[in-house]
Design a protein around this ligand. Structure first.
Ligand code: DGY
Length: 326
């Protein structure tokens, strides 16, 4: 009997056909957003699931899917997956590290540049027909070249972000709970979180999401930052307190923000939507054709590996391997 695989969202049709050749496939080419109950219903007799960060994998879902052997996330972030629950239920969980580092770092810089140089605001103004004459002091933005960039969360993507700073002649400070070995630090210097917030001219947040990092940047942290600073979040919604950020931007306690992720996405805080000094994108930091294909292919390889009895390279809960479901 062929194994049954569920793909929870629309992905490239040619990749779907590759999967269909190997598995009995339930796909979602109309790209409906399934409720938790609909997801459980579709996964009830599935052996594998290819899912995205929008679907929650927890105890309740796993208990309802006794045949499920692998939850393969098409994302590097996995705060949607309860790893302990997966291990308890004998389900392997996997993600897509590395293949999206460069695209995500590019997007972090796109947001930093756009927010610092007021690209969204000035473009909206121009399109609205306000440009009657040029003035010397029009839309003056924040300087990037020669300033100090902070990276909060110097993992693989953080390091790709830091490398790009060299081209801008920027000094890089970073904070991780643990200092990196010298070989991985590159030209960046470790400082405490408080020193980072106080010292940097601009800050990019790139820590994993989840309960441990919820509101890592709230009103107290924002108060430490320079009022001329730009804050960028390409990590996960909830790492930055959106309400506190909107208040700081409105009051001029922070110059601008570039945000790709939001606490309650796809709903965006109404105050952020109303602010000219916030550049907002809909969680697309890794969204280039090449990167999304690489993510989908890696997620498919992870899924295949588990279903064919091979240990996948991107296994998130290695403890499961010796007592996984067969
Ligand atoms: C990721 O890979 O974690 C991206 O944020 C897409 O969810």
């Amino acid at each position: 009997m062929r194994l049954r695989v569920v793909v929870t969202r629309r992905i490239f049709p040619e990749l779907i056909e590759e999967l269909r050749a190997r598995y009995e496939l339930v796909d979602n080419q109309e790209d409906a957003v399934w409720s938790a109950a609909q997801l459980a219903e579709r996964l009830r007799d599935a052996d594998g699931a290819l899912l995205t960060s929008g679907e929650r994998v927890d105890d309740a879902l796993l208990a309802a899917c006794p045949q499920l052997k692998v939850a393969s996330n098409i994302a590097v972030g996995y705060n949607n997956i309860d790893l302990a629950a997966c291990t308890r239920h004998g389900v392997a969980a996997t993600n897509t590290p590395d293949v999206l580092n460069e695209a995500t770092a590019d997007h972090a810089w796109a947001l930093l540049l756009a927010a610092a140089r007021r690209i969204g605001e000035s473009e909206r103004w121009l399109r609205a027909g306000h440009w009657q004459r040029w003035t010397f002091e029009m839309f003056m933005g924040a300087e990037l070249h020669g300033t100090t960039l902070g990276v909060l969360g110097m993992g693989r993507i953080g390091r790709a972000i830091a490398r790009r700073a060299q081209g801008f002649g920027m000094r890089v400070l970073y904070h991780n709970r643990r200092r990196l070995p010298a070989a991985e630090e590159g030209a960046a210097h470790w400082v405490t979180k408080e020193d980072l917030l106080r010292a940097v001219d601009h800050l990019i947040v790139m820590v994993p999401g989840g309960t441990e990092t919820r509101h890592l940047i709230g009103s107290a942290e924002l108060a430490l930052m320079k009022p001329t600073a730009v804050l960028v979040n390409v990590a996960r919604g909830g790492v930055v307190d959106d309400d506190a950020l909107a208040a700081a931007l409105r009051a001029g306690r922070l110059a601008a923000a570039g945000l790709d992720v939001f606490e309650d996405e796809p709903k965006v805080h109404a105050s952020l939507l109303a602010l000219e000094n916030a550049v907002l994108t809909p969680h697309i930091a890794s969204s280039t054709r090449a990167t999304r294909e690489a993510m989908a292919k890696l997620a498919m390889r992870n899924l295949d590996d588990v279903l064919q009895g091979r240990r996948p390279a991107a296994l998130l809960n290695p403890d499961v391997w010796d007592h996984r479901r067969h």
